[in-house]
Design a protein around this ligand. Structure first.
Ligand code: PMP
Length: 364
């Protein structure tokens, strides 16, 4: 049996390394994972309680329609329940979008580099992936739109972008929507939207009524600290949601994830302090790096990239020895950089102290 031809060259997604793996390899007791943009504060206690309550009922199948969660989301986003689809992580919604619309003779347009799942999902369906290089660490909106032709099914945008953390401006977003109206789907992945500063926020949801080809993706994995449970969602025109529901597996979101996401929304006020803390910590990172003339890219997310130069691998290895897992830029299409998730203040301080020392060892 041979794997389908279009699957033979699918790039491998290399996840951040796990705490246990690094503890064992380097004989460490304390390891800090700053590699996967998770929320280091962890879920709210009320969310953990909701998961525990639900745990006693896992003999039942989950609600196939995520009724309570969709109701709550619809209310908060000021949309209709039929405009929403819940997935086993945003990853699954991306996959469903490609499964629905991408086929052999079609293509998708993505930035290069970007979040790898868009490419994987499109290749799986036999589609061509048109990669448009970033310009100054930002998605090159004009070139991305120019790459769209009559065979393009989806243009993927990410804001804030992963791995660079840069956000799309209102003007660029409107340019894409206006140029592609009635053509390809515009998928705006906002996995990190809660971290965006108010001045940079494009209020994407307000465009859904006017642009029936717009799909907005969000997740509970980041600010809501539920990455391990896998729950994300898409908001779009009802016809798109209906298409996605045709191929959605009936029990795609497990009952613990549904209960946790609902509880997280009921305690959403508390995320404001998390967002503030990330913003303050980011400033601290920037000012320390500025003091040492270390280059980084200003980010609107809970992570950012730092230029580490030609000794990046050695710096990463040295950081691992000190118990810090960061994401190598070479795994993300940005050689010579590392991507660092902003953690809790004492861990950030410890990281900065170690990183700056190691950086100078290799860059002087
Ligand atoms: N989109 C982007 C831009 C991401 O960075 C991530 C997570 N790394 C996802 C989507 C996937 O989110 P989820 O955990 O909901 O599948």
């Amino acid at each position: 049996m041979e794997i389908r031809k279009c699957l033979q060259d699918i790039p491998e997604y290399i996840p951040g390394r796990t705490l246990e793996e690094i503890k064992k390899k380097y004989g460490l007791r304390e390891v800090y994972k700053l590699a996967s943009n998770e929320n280091m504060e962890g879920p709210h206690k009320a969310v953990v309680d909701a998961i525990c309550r639900e745990a006693a009922k896992v003999n039942y199948y989950p609600d196939a329609n995520c009724t309570l969660l969709r109701e709550k989301l619809a209310q908060l986003l000021n949309t209709d329940e039929d405009n929403l689809i819940i997935g086993n992580g945003t990853d699954q919604v991306i996959e469903m979008l490609c499964d629905c619309y991408v086929e052999n003779s079609s293509n998708v347009v993505v930035a290069d580099p970007t979040f790898l799942i868009y490419e994987k999902a499109a290749l799986k369906c036999g589609g061509e992936v048109r990669k448009i290089p970033l310009s100054q660490f930002r998605q090159d909106i004009k070139n991305m739109v120019s790459a769209v032709d009559s065979h393009t099914k989806i243009l993927f945008l990410t804001s804030p972008h992963n791995p660079t953390g840069t956000a799309i401006s209102q003007k660029d977003f409107e340019y894409v929507l206006e140029r592609l109206q009635g053509q390809a789907l515009v998928v705006l992945d906002e996995a990190y939207v809660e971290y965006v500063s108010p001045e940079a926020d494009v209020n994407s949801l307000s465009y859904l009524n006017k642009f029936s080809n717009l799909v907005i993706l969000r997740t509970f994995s980041k600010i809501f600290a539920l990455a391990g449970l896998r729950v994300g969602y898409g908001a779009a025109d009802k016809r798109i949601i209906k298409d996605l529901n045709r191929i959605r597996l009936p029990f795609n979101v497990n009952s613990l994830a549904q209960a946790a996401a609902l509880a997280a929304l009921n305690h959403r006020q508390e995320i404001e302090s998390s967002v503030k803390q990330i913003q303050q910590e980011k400033k601290k990172f920037y000012s320390r790096l500025d003091e040492h003339n270390i280059r980084y890219i200003d980010s609107q997310a809970n992570f950012f990239i730092i230029e580490t130069g030609k000794y990046t691998n050695q710096i990463i290895e040295e950081l691992l020895r000190q118990g810090f897992i960061v994401r190598p830029g070479c795994n993300l299409g940005i050689d010579g950089f590392i991507r660092v998730t902003i953690s809790l203040p004492p861990i950030n301080d410890k990281f900065l102290e170690n990183f700056i020392k190691i950086y100078h060892q290799y860059n002087n």
